[in-house]
Design a protein around this ligand. Structure first.
Ligand SMILES: Cc1cc2nc3c(=O)[nH]c(=O)nc-3n(C[C@H](O)[C@H](O)[C@H](O)COP(=O)(O)O)c2cc1C
Length: 153
């Protein structure tokens, strides 16, 4: 069965955590036959990446960049998986106070270094999680899950 790895950073109980909780519910309710593996970025490992058929990265923007925890995940896993995750389909969710674009640029550049394939434009949720934002988050999660289950990606 396809495995979707969700690696997330952010303050405990914060916006990313709330969206990750929603994603878990939405993907489970979607009934798509995939295994969702959810890891806080500081606990995610190279083995998690090697086992993944798809990847969803979720981070707040901090100082115009991704959260340090997500950067740490990249720092720890890049060489151990180098050349072994080429073509991995991924998507990015950013929570930001006002912007989010610096985080997208930085993550996309690093993802290109891994050779990953971006399957949707990054989703930036600015400010509070509105119903509209939540439906965009749901669409992103279900798109990834359904695409992996169908072997589209
Ligand atoms: C240390 C720190 C730096 C931040 N820097 C930015 C920033 O550069 N740009 C921005 O749009 N928001 C910035 N923010 C706001 C957060 O991105 C925003 O509140 C986000 O929703 C927090 O996600 P979380 O609740 O999951 O931690 C910053 C927040 C913190 C705590």
């Amino acid at each position: 069965m396809s495995r979707l790895l969700l690696v997330y950073a952010g303050q405990p109980g914060g916006r990313i955590h709330r969206m990750v909780n929603a994603l878990q519910r939405i993907i489970s309710d979607s009934g798509e036959p995939i295994t969702l593996v959810v890891r806080p970025a500081l606990q995610a490992t190279a083995a998690d990446l090697l086992d993944a058929s798809g990847l969803l990265l979720a981070t707040p923007e901090h100082f115009g960049y991704m959260a340090g925890a997500l950067k740490d995940f990249f720092d720890r896993t890049f060489y151990p998986v180098e050349g072994k995750t080429t073509g991995l389909p991924y998507a990015l969710l950013v929570s930001a106070g006002t912007d989010g674009t610096g985080t997208c640029r930085a993550v996309e550049r690093i993802a290109r270094g891994y050779g990953w394939r971006e399957i949707a434009a990054p989703l930036i949720v600015v400010g509070d999680i509105t119903d509209e934002a939540l439906s965009q988050v749901a669409e992103l999660g279900v798109t990834l899950a359904a695409g992996l289950a169908a072997g589209i990606f």
